[in-house]
Design a protein around this ligand. Structure first.
Ligand SMILES: Nc1ncnc2c1ncn2[C@@H]1O[C@H](COP(=O)(O)OP(=O)(O)OP(=O)(O)O)[C@@H](O)[C@H]1O
Length: 256
C-alpha cells in the first residue's frame, strides 16, 4: 500500500510506499520508525479514516475461533495519541461514550464502563472529571475507553508518549497483563524500542519517509513478561538489532 497527501498550496507528500505487512490475530504487533515515517498515516488508513492512494487493507473475517463469530467483521477500537477526553463528562461517562453511541442502555454501559475502569485501576475515580486527573490517569481513561468496546483489534497510537518514565513503565506493565489476559490482536505504534519489545510478539521496523517496512522481527521472549525482561540477554540483542535498523533511518528523517 502507498499513500501520498495532496495539497493545493504545497507539493504532495509521499507518506508511505509499498508497505506490505500482516498483523497476526491474537498477537501484539508493534510498529516502530523514525518521526514522520508514516506510522500514524498507516493507522488512519487501517481505521478507514484515510483512503490509501494505492493498495488496500484486508481484515480476515471470523472463522469461529478466538471469540470471533464466523463471517463477522472484527470489532475495532483505537486509543489515540491525544486521548481526546470530553472535559464535561465524568470518567465513567467518557469511558461509556462509545457504548452510548452504539445505543447500549444506561445500566449496562455503566456496568461495562466500571469493569474497564477497574481493569486500568481507576476505581474510585469514576465520577471525577478529566481536569481533576493526572496525565497518567487520563491516559488510563483513554485505554479504558478502548477496552470497554471489547474490540477484537485494539489499535494503540503512542499510548504512553506524553508520560514521565516511571508512569510509562507502570502502564506498560499494566497493559502487558491486560493484553496477555485477553489475547487480543493489538497494533501498537510507538517511538520506544523497549516498549515495542516488551509488549510485542512482532516488531515492524519502518524506514524514514516515505515509510516502507525495513524488517519484521519476532520477539521470542516468553510470556508473561514483567518489566525485568529488559535484563534478559535476548532483549538486549533485539534492541541492538532494531536500533541498528533504525539508526540510519532516524538520521535520514532528520534531513527530510
Ligand atoms: N494531512 C496531511 N497532509 C499533508 N501531509 C501530511 C498529513 N498528515 C501527515 N502528513 C505528512 O506525512 C508524513 C507522515 O506523517 P505521520 O504523522 O503518519 O508520521 P508518523 O510516523 O506518525 O510521525 P510521528 O512519529 O512524528 O508521530 C509526514 O511527513 C507528515 O508531515
Amino acid at each position: 500500500m502507498s499513500h501520498r497527501f495532496l495539497s493545493r498550496s504545497r507539493p504532495p507528500t509521499t507518506a508511505l510506499t509499498d508497505v506490505t505487512c500482516r498483523f497476526p490475530a491474537g498477537k501484539v504487533t508493534a510498529i516502530v520508525g523514525p518521526s514522520g515515517c508514516g506510522k500514524s498515516t498507516l493507522l488512519l488508513i487501517m481505521r478507514g479514516l484515510v483512503k490509501a492512494s494505492q493498495g488496500e487493507v484486508k481484515f480476515l473475517y471470523g472463522d469461529g475461533k478466538g471469540g470471533l463469530a464466523p463471517g463477522a467483521p472484527p470489532r475495532m477500537a483505537t486509543v489515540w495519541q491525544s486521548f481526546n477526553l470530553l472535559p464535561w463528562r465524568t470518567v465513567a461517562d467518557n469511558v461509556a461514550f462509545g457504548l452510548e453511541l452504539a445505543g447500549m442502555g444506561a445500566e449496562e454501559r455503566r456496568a461495562k464502563a466500571m469493569d474497564a475502569i477497574k481493569a486500568v485501576e481507576l476505581a474510585g475515580f469514576e465520577n471525577h472529571y478529566p481536569g481533576q486527573l493526572s496525565g497518567g490517569m487520563r491516559q488510563r481513561v483513554g485505554l479504558a475507553r478502548g477496552l470497554v468496546m471489547a474490540p477484537d483489534i485494539l489499535f494503540l497510537d503512542e499510548p504512553f508518549g506524553a508520560l514521565d518514565a516511571q508512569t510509562r513503565l507502570y502502564l506498560q506493565e499494566q497493559l502487558s497483563t491486560l493484553v496477555e489476559a485477553s489475547a487480543k490482536t493489538v497494533i501498537l505504534i510507538t517511538h520506544s524500542i523497549e516498549e515495542a519489545i516488551f509488549l510485542g510478539d512482532h516488531v515492524v521496523v519502518m524506514t524514514a519517509r516515505p515509510g516502507r517496512v525495513a524488517a519484521t522481527l519476532d520477539v521470542d521472549l516468553a510470556r508473561p513478561r514483567g518489566i525485568d525482561v529488559q535484563n534478559d540477554k535476548r532483549f538486549g540483542e533485539l534492541f541492538s538489532e532494531i536500533y541498528g535498523l533504525l539508526r540510519d533511518e532516524v538520521r535520514k528523517s532528520m534531513l527530510n
